[in-house]
Design a protein around this ligand. Sequence first.
Ligand code: UD2
Ligand code: MN
Length: 356
Amino acid sequence: MMLSLPVDKPLFLLFLAFSQVVFILILYRHGASSLLQGFLISPQDSWDYSKTHNVYTNLSAFTLHSDGKMTHCPLKSPILVGPITVVFTKLPSERGIVKKNPYVQSGGQYKPPHCLAHYKSAIIIPHRNRELHLRYLLYYLHPFLQRQQLQYRIYLIHQAGNGTFNRAKLLNVGVKEALKNEDWDCLIMHDVDLIPENDYNLYICDNRYPKHMSSAMDKFEYSLPYWSYFGGVSALTPGQYLRMNGFPNTYWGWGGEDDDIFMRIQLAGMAVSRTPLNLGHYKMVVHNRDKGNQANKKRFTLLKRTKRIWKQDGMNSLDFQLISIEEAKLYTNITVDIGDTPILPPEKSKETWTFL
Ligand code: UD2
Ligand code: MN
């Protein structure tokens, strides 16, 4: 039987055009994966962020060892609470955080003591001179990850010296060093000043594609600032990371590196998976631009060369001097000298720069 469409009716055509616009708008706001998930898994999409829970609620009740034999943790952790109360009014002391997290071991490592974790995630944080933000992050992130019954370790990649900051290069260093410790299932790249607000936002990877997790931040009114945004917090498997030759080493100062990463994902034949906006809620500690991290004026020129250069600039061209690895109580502190902005000969045109 043939279905005849009333394409000659202008009203019908108008309706078609209208539904297309609606569809594109949904894709823009929530990302393709959320649309799919809506059909396939139907996640809880009506989180009420006006009713929040303390991130330490019932944490100790589930860390007790039962009988001798360890079985796998349940696939869905039984102690998730949903929206978390996040406030930046009272800075917690380091001792206080240690006391509240008795199962965290030296170097900021954790394994559920009562069951075998399904996932092993490394949290990698680029850092310099943000000790107070770090304190808030550790206070919230340790219990948050334990609620999810993950095996994890928090790595701080600390840039030594006063040279220009380079977030993406620090993340490359973090991946290289973290993979020496453990065969991680997932590498979570995490700004130091972002606190997740819903513990159903799982710190695990999407095996299909690199996952952007901080899709809805308070600083952008809980929406995506632009379609290809990839800043903040993201999760990649080591396989996905290596497939795109890691992140660029050549973005010194603020901005651009996240857009480069977004481009590399496509260039390596992958797509971005995005945490649905109602789940990817984060609060950012309000701050000014740091000294030594001024806006990178070359970022737009650099982005033009990504397509040409991504296979040469990344994990395979990473050079740095490891200064120290220290196992602090709540994190592993890796201090590194990554050099500084290369001085470019002024007479060379933008097109012939070499970044080696
Ligand atoms: C945005 C993105 C971030 C990155 C940056 C551009 C958000 C929430 N994040 O951050 O992922 O793409 O733009 O580069 O939109 N840091 C230090 N010390 C410094 C400077 C930076 O520790 O002196 C680290 C720290 O982890 C910080 C991150 O680098 O969270 C990003 O720098 P930012 O917070 O100053 O930049 P912001 O908030 O605009
Ligand atoms: Mn920030």
